[in-house]
Design a protein around this ligand. Structure first.
Ligand SMILES: Nc1nc2c(ncn2[C@@H]2O[C@H](COP(=O)(O)OP(=O)(O)OP(=O)(O)O)[C@@H](O)[C@H]2O)c(=O)[nH]1
Ligand SMILES: [Mg+2]
Ligand SMILES: [Zn+2]
Ligand SMILES: [Zn+2]
Length: 231
């Protein structure tokens, strides 16, 4: 969260965002959709992972809400996989907030039949700090950390790692070329979030993707069961 000089203003902002997130989540629940918020620093591999995920889960109906400060570059990459993609340009904002995603959701409702969807993935703006503080109505937070970013990042930027339900260590195909210890990355993640699910993946070689896809589908099933219990 960007430091403001007015703590009350900051609380109001986060409360308003939370109300918006609850509104969005109510829509997802009403439509029987699981929503995943995909977060990482710029370039950790969110779009690449999404492309592999779309290819790996052809049995599911998936839509993407794509957040970028400017451009539709990622949105266009994902559209090539034949799924609905709603692009949101955040302008000067370094994260998506619930109001922006509400706009995307209402557009989705207008252009498609949301009740026919199983999963909506929100690709957040590349940023290791702010997206973790602004819920958008997701059921699941997935964070990516690429092997090139350094072992210390979970300790230096703890909020996203603390909030995540699942942590993907990405680009593992590059490990042989780097002076990096994956066990140390995992240990640092566990220091912040002891029970988080961690997978090591390479979207380039496909290593580890099966475990990630299995986990995602299992989590969606849990999500659907939870909903049935509450209605
Ligand atoms: N070697 C390797 N490169 C990868 C892998 N995944 C992504 N990349 C590369 O990393 C760069 C960034 O990938 P993106 O998927 O665009 O990353 P992103 O997190 O969506 O980036 P932003 O949306 O800009 O934050 C691209 O050049 C990808 O080709 C991987 O598993 N291995
Ligand atoms: Mg991207
Ligand atoms: Zn609404
Ligand atoms: Zn910021």
């Amino acid at each position: 969260m960007h430091q403001t000089f007015d703590a009350a203003l900051e609380m109001n902002l986060l409360h308003a965002n939370q109300r918006g997130a609850d509104h969005n989540r109510a829509h997802f629940d009403e439509w029987g959709i699981t929503c995943v918020n995909l977060m990482s620093s710029p370039g950790a591999g969110k779009t690449q992972l999404l492309e592999s995920t779309l290819e790996g889960l052809k049995n599911l109906k998936i839509a993407v809400i794509e957040g970028d400060m400017t451009t539709e570059l990622d949105a266009d990459r994902l559209r090539q996989h034949g799924v609905p993609v709603i692009a949101i340009n955040t302008g000067r904002s370094c994260h998506l907030d619930s109001k922006m995603v509400a706009g995307g959701l209402h557009q989705l409702q207008h252009d498609y039949d949301p009740a026919s969807l199983d999963l909506v993935v929100v690709e957040n703006v590349g940023n290791l700090v702010c997206p973790a503080e602004f819920e958008v109505g997701e059921h699941i937070k997935v964070a990516l950390l690429s092997v090139t970013e350094g072992e210390d990042k979970p300790l230096k930027y703890p909020v996203m790692f603390r909030e995540a339900d699942c942590l993907l260590i990405t680009k593992t195909d590059l490990t042989p070329y780097l002076d990096v210890n994956l066990d140390q990355i995992e240990a640092n993640i566990r220091q912040i979030n002891p029970n988080v699910t961690i997978f090591r993946v390479s979207a380039k070689t496909g290593d580890g993707l099966e475990s990630w896809l299995e986990w995602l589908q299992q989590t969606m099933t849990h999500q659907a069961n939870r909903l049935q219990l509450t209605v």
